[in-house]
Write a protein of this length. Structure first.
Length: 320
């Protein structure tokens, strides 16, 4: 079984959204429907498995080859930060001290792979090679994981938590410098040219992180930048729709709406969520294709009989 932290992130997203308003104490669990109990049980199993994949060093194993009884080699930085983000979100759903400590340990390791800009100490960016890791994606997801980390009750841990928050602010200051005045995102390398879809995804991730930081420090430039980005996103949407891009943009708009209450973000959420729903396989399906129910096609024009491979959490992201 191979580690796919982004898929786990989206799954926990969906489960958490469905049961978020319900208390998870034993008496309240009895009031949940059987379906929601299954959601919580599956999320708990996924969290337990991912916690086991977390090593003492703070890094996650790529997965485990059961036939050979050995770990899958590899340790990609983006997968590490995605797995950490999953554990951080799981701490909101399950009050598990072990999960929270694992998440904080991983954040400590990930922050060691960042560096403060020598000329501008208020900026913090990825220290990884550009050929290995996209700095925008890394900084965005890392800042997002830090902002979503619950404040601990222990006084010693509070000091570390506060330090993490300050470093997340530095990451967001770096993200601000990567946007142009019109709201478009610069390529990772001055001489490089990213694919349109990749560029749209990393833009949405950056806006999501910035809007998370808005809750901690509501600065006008953040909301202004989000609206500029949305204007460009709408123009791109008119010419081409993409399943994964749409999923990330829905989350970014959702966070922007929660923080600013701007109706324009809500309108985009409804319109694009409706489009995503049209991609889902619905009944009737024959017996061989019954497991496809609820899965997503690549586009509405794709033939319904064509098999699909689940990508980065369409269902969970749509739920958010």
């Amino acid at each position: 079984m191979k580690l796919r932290p982004l898929a786990l992130t989206s799954m926990l997203f969906g489960y958490a959204c469905l049961a978020w308003h319900a208390q998870t104490t034993p008496p309240e669990l009895k009031k949940l429907s059987n379906l929601r109990k299954q959601f919580l049980a599956s999320a708990k199993d996924a969290t337990t498995w991912l916690t086991r994949m977390s090593t003492r060093s703070g890094y996650f194993l790529e997965g485990w080859q059961t036939a050979l009884n050995k770990a899958i080699p590899g340790r990609h930085p983006l997968q590490q930060v995605e797995a950490t983000l999953t554990l951080v979100r799981a701490t909101h759903l399950f009050s598990d001290e072990k999960v929270a400590m694992r998440a904080m340990q991983s954040l400590t390791i990930l922050l060691q792979s960042t560096k403060v800009d020598k000329e501008s100490p208020s900026l913090r960016q990825s220290a990884h090679l550009l050929s290995l890791v996209d700095p925008i994606a890394y900084c965005s997801l890392l800042a997002l994981a830090i902002y979503e980390l619950p404040e601990p009750e222990d006084d010693k841990l509070k000091k570390a938590w506060s330090s993490y928050q300050s470093k997340a602010d530095q990451l967001c200051n770096y993200l601000q410098t990567q946007f142009r005045q019109d709201g478009s995102l610069k390529p990772a390398s001055p001489a490089g040219k990213a694919k349109t879809i990749d560029q749209q995804i990393r833009s949405a991730q950056a806006i999501l992180a910035l809007m998370k930081s808005y809750a901690r420090s509501p600065q006008k430039w953040k909301s202004t930048l989000a609206k500029q980005w949305l204007s460009l996103s709408e123009k791109a949407w008119e010419t081409r729709q993409d399943r994964e891009v749409t999923s990330w943009e829905i989350i970014a708009c959702g966070e922007a709406f929660l923080q600013t209450k701007e109706k324009v973000f809500a309108d985009v959420i409804y319109r694009r969520s409706d489009w995503l729903c049209k991609l889902q396989y619905e009944m009737p399906l024959d017996a061989d294709r019954a497991p496809w129910l609820g899965a997503f096609r690549i586009s509405p024009k794709e033939p319904a009989l064509k098999a699909v491979e689940p990508t980065s959490g369409d269902c969970g992201l749509c739920a958010q």
